[in-house]
Design a binder for this molecule. Structure first.
Ligand SMILES: Nc1nc2c(c(=O)[nH]1)N[C@H]1C(S)=C(S)[C@@H](COP(=O)(O)OP(=O)(O)OC[C@H]3O[C@@H](n4cnc5c(=O)[nH]c(N)nc54)[C@H](O)[C@@H]3O)O[C@H]1N2
Ligand SMILES: Nc1nc2c(c(=O)[nH]1)N[C@H]1C(S)=C(S)[C@@H](COP(=O)(O)OP(=O)(O)OC[C@H]3O[C@@H](n4cnc5c(=O)[nH]c(N)nc54)[C@H](O)[C@@H]3O)O[C@H]1N2
Ligand SMILES: [Mo]
Length: 753
């Protein structure tokens, strides 16, 4: 879209009738008002399917309607009546598709049959399923080493499919599992175990009813996990304080009208959400957290009882070192780096100290930083100081993104598998899994560039527009021998492809998955470790789409003729897959097929809930973050920190519309949110067209042009714009030190008029 965006500040509460209207509009646009509305009644219900949007759990008491505006949009675009057919591919060459926007590609509708790239005509042409699998088998078998293949996963993939995918790639011989989690909550998965023994959240939904205070750091729930707003509204109605820490004053963090609350809707009333809005500078969270801890130590030393000393003594290590570090941290540095006043930090500390049960939620504003994993460890420190683990209403709550991203990791989508897991796989299946660690996302891109990766299989997702350094990604893809996109919708990853390429269309989660033994269900694990069943209710978009499970099994059969795994049997009956999952993960998934039939499924145990610590020391660890700087020191006077965020109308790389109503942006996404004083200083007028350039010392020139400046309440020195348009500015090596998660929320840039 070349149109210039326009801006109109949004001052109403988030949610409410605007959300209800947007739900109806999404259904109309995809011509699925009746079908979509009927399906919505089944969304997140026991006899229905799990919302394909976010990973927030369902309420424990079943509500009549268990969906939100953005879940409805996700369903509408999945249920769309529009179709991408062989005629479509005959009409447009790949070069012509390349010239279209991501929005346009997505808008063409559901993929309907397998397609193969024909380089002689630059068109995708129909291919039989059998020939497609044969091509995959031939290319994989021809590799000099299994490690020349990369098996990507996006977090919508079910437990059953993810498990088989992990078994297939490992029987083939590699642990190369780059996945969307590597760009998302990897900092949680790698950083949190060092603190509390596990890389998952420790709260359940019921804890939100008992929490006496809730902190929300670097997360935009009104857009990205709107069903969470129900918990926040309830908490505020019973007067529990909420502290939101964010460089953007996101509307839903300020005021919200619960669309499911009949009285609020009828009376146009709303609930204020944050009792404290902490307008943090990008990368200022550690300073803020350390400031709060500083207040706590000082009050404890002054004779107050603000720490849970009993808990600290019996359950933790490293207290003295943490205390020494916090005491050595200077207020001056804390205030400068966070941009928050000492007074507000003290107020937030008071809220925390007054609460006997606190939940801290966090999202991408924390994980996608250069020290993301270590910031999370400071969040854990803060919670440990008051024993906020293993008691009702308390704990840590990393809010995951994709609806099954947590389950995919549990099922073995992990480039760093443990030996214990590999031993178990070997015992259950009888093949020797590879022991060497595999590639995460950043390593896989490097392997494509240096030619050591030759085949890329993409189980869902849109790798090319999710990763950093967009032009580098394009180059990486085009060097491959074969790219395989297993997908519901056409996206950039199918248009930027290897020498040979396949697009394989799948049945979506909301659709009936009919196999030889009858309709199959799959399972997912939500952000709070609940494992639940998902049963599709709608008809698939064409008779020629296949389930992810079937595609994986047939790829395996074509690649591994001597396989010891009974692949064919799994296609017919997913219970057999769950039996194998139960065998591999005995402790957590025993009697899987029986337990999944219970209403609400089952909860995977999280040891910190019982105050058990699966760390090396057997205790929770206080970990020190020296100093207060999350970012590289850059001495460029022009430098601003850029955060790349989601609009209200997108799902990652899928753009639903060009508006972002809560932030007041309409008809465009090439927007730069900027503080007015920073604009003045640079002589930049509102609505001016500017370019951004990355400040990096790697000799690569990164620039994005055509951004319209929007004066916005950003802290000084901080700017924001949209993912994925700005990914070209994010260097591949600008990443979290521990987990390699790209630091998409903290890119050093300069504005060029
Ligand atoms: N509708 C919809 N739902 C989604 C998605 C979607 O695209 N659309 N994506 C899904 C996925 S995969 C994920 S991971 C989640 C993402 O959900 P979120 O974690 O909410 O993701 P973002 O919108 O990228 O950014 C979150 C917030 O971080 C803030 N932020 C930026 N820098 C900083 C900082 O330095 N400190 C602090 N404290 N905050 C900062 C931004 O202002 C923004 O409000 O949502 C999931 N759900
Ligand atoms: N700059 C910047 N970059 C980021 C982020 C950021 O905040 N800023 N966020 C990062 C994060 S948190 C994430 S999770 C990644 C997201 O990275 P990905 O997960 O790779 O991207 P998505 O856009 O979610 O993938 C969308 C595609 O998935 C396919 N699809 C949808 N449903 C299904 C299904 O049921 N089955 C199959 N097989 N395919 C399906 C469709 O073809 C659709 O085009 O991006 C990361 N990149
Ligand atoms: Mo994510």
């Amino acid at each position: 879209m070349s149109e210039k965006p326009h801006f109109e500040a949004y001052n109403a509460p988030a949610g409410g009738w605007g959300a209800a209207k947007a739900t109806a509009k999404a259904m109309r646009e995809q011509s699925v008002v009746v079908k979509g509305s009927q399906a919505l009644l089944k969304m997140n219900h026991a006899d229905g399917f799990k919302c394909p949007s976010c990973a927030w759990p369902n309420s424990e008491h079943e509500k009549k309607l268990e969906f939100c505006e953005n879940g409805a949009k996700a369903l509408a675009v999945e249920a769309t009546r529009k179709r991408v057919t062989r005629e479509f591919f005959a009409r447009y060459s790949v070069a012509e598709l390349m010239a279209q926007s991501d929005y346009w590609l997505e808008e063409q509708g559901r993929l309907t049959e397998p397609m193969r790239y024909d380089s002689s005509t630059d068109h995708y042409v129909p291919v039989s399923w059998q020939d497609a699998f044969q091509l995959i088998g031939a290319e994989l078998s021809a590799l000099a080493s299994p490690n020349e293949a990369e098996f990507y996963t996006s977090g919508r993939t079910s437990n059953e499919a993810a498990f088989l995918y992990s078994v297939f790639a490992r029987e083939f011989g590699t642990n190369n599992f780059p996945d969307c989690s590597n760009m998302c909550h990897e900092s949680t998965s790698r950083g949190l175990p060092m603190s509390i023994g596990i890389g998952k959240g420790t709260v359940v939904l019921g804890d939100f009813e008992k929490a006496e205070a809730i902190f929300i750091i670097g997360q935009n729930p009104g857009t990205n996990s709107p069903r969470m707003m129900t918990q926040l509204v309830h908490a505020r109605k019973r007067k529990a304080p909420i502290v939101a820490v964010n460089p953007m004053p996101e509307r839903a963090l300020i005021r919200f009208t619960e669309p499911q609350d009949v009285v609020e809707m009828a009376t146009f009333s709303s609930t204020p959400i944050s009792s404290e809005f902490v307008h943090i500078k990008i990368g200022g969270d550690v300073a803020f957290l350390k400031g709060m801890m500083k207040v706590m130590f000082a009050r404890q030393d002054a004779g107050e009882n603000v720490l849970d000393e009993n808990f600290i003594q019996h359950h933790t290590n490293g207290f003295a070192a943490l205390k020494a570090d916090i005491e050595a941290t200077q207020w001056e540095d804390i205030l400068e780096v966070s941009g928050i006043s000492e007074e507000q930090i003290r107020r937030c500390a008071n809220i925390y100290i007054a609460s006997n049960a606190t939940i801290i939620c966090y999202g991408m504003g924390v994980t996608q930083q250069q020290q993301g994993a270590r910031v999370i460890q400071q969040i854990a420190n803060l919670l440990l100081l008051r024993g906020n683990f293993g008691k009702p209403g308390a704990g840590i709550c990393p809010v995951r993104g994709h609806s099954n991203v947590q389950g995919d990791r549990t099922m073995g989508i992990d480039e760093l598998p443990t030996d214990a897991f590999l031993d178990r796989l070997q015992e259950v299946f009888g093949f020797n899994p590879p022991r060497a660690h595999g590639h995460h996302v950043v390593q896989s891109v490097k392997a494509m560039i240096d030619g050591t990766a030759k085949v890329f299989v993409s189980m869902g997702g849109n790798f090319i527009h999710a990763i950093p350094d967009t032009p580098l990604g394009y180059e990486a893809m085009s060097r491959l021998n074969l790219t395989v996109g297993i997908a519901t919708k056409l996206n950039r990853g199918h248009v930027v492809h290897g020498r040979q390429a396949l697009i394989l269309p799948v049945i979506a989660r909301s659709e009936i998955d009919m196999q030889a033994t009858g309709p199959q269900f799959v399972t997912i694990e939500d952000s709070m470790s609940n494992v639940t069943a998902s049963r599709g209710v709608m008809d698939p978009p064409s008779p020629d789409v296949r389930s992810e499970v079937e595609i994986i099994c047939r790829m395996a059969m074509a690649t591994l003729p001597g396989s010891v795994v009974p692949w064919e049997s799994y296609i017919a009956d997913y219970n057999l897959i769950r039996d194998r999952i139960a065998d591999v993960y005995q402790a957590q998934f025993h009697d899987f097929n029986a337990r999944i039939q219970q209403p609400g499924g089952f909860h995977l145990s999280t040891p910190p809930r019982e105050r058990k610590w699966t760390t090396d020391s057997g205790r929770a660890n206080f970990l020190v973050f020296e100093g207060v700087h999350e970012n590289d020191a850059i001495s460029d006077r022009e430098m601003l920190r850029l955060s790349t965020v989601r609009s209200h109308d997108q799902y990652n790389t899928t753009i639903y519309s060009y508006s972002d109503r809560y932030r007041g942006v309409y008809d465009g996404r090439m927007v730069l949110f900027m503080n007015e004083a920073d604009m003045h200083e640079r002589n930049i007028a509102a609505q001016a067209l500017v370019a951004l350039e990355t400040i990096a010392n790697d000799d690569v020139f990164r620039r994005v042009e055509g951004l319209t400046v929007y004066p916005f309440e950003m802290p000084r020195g901080c700017v924001a714009g949209y993912f994925p348009e700005l990914n070209a500015l994010l260097p591949l090596d600008h990443k979290d030190e521990i987990s390699a998660t790209p630091a998409a929320k903290s890119i050093p840039v300069r504005v060029v008029a």
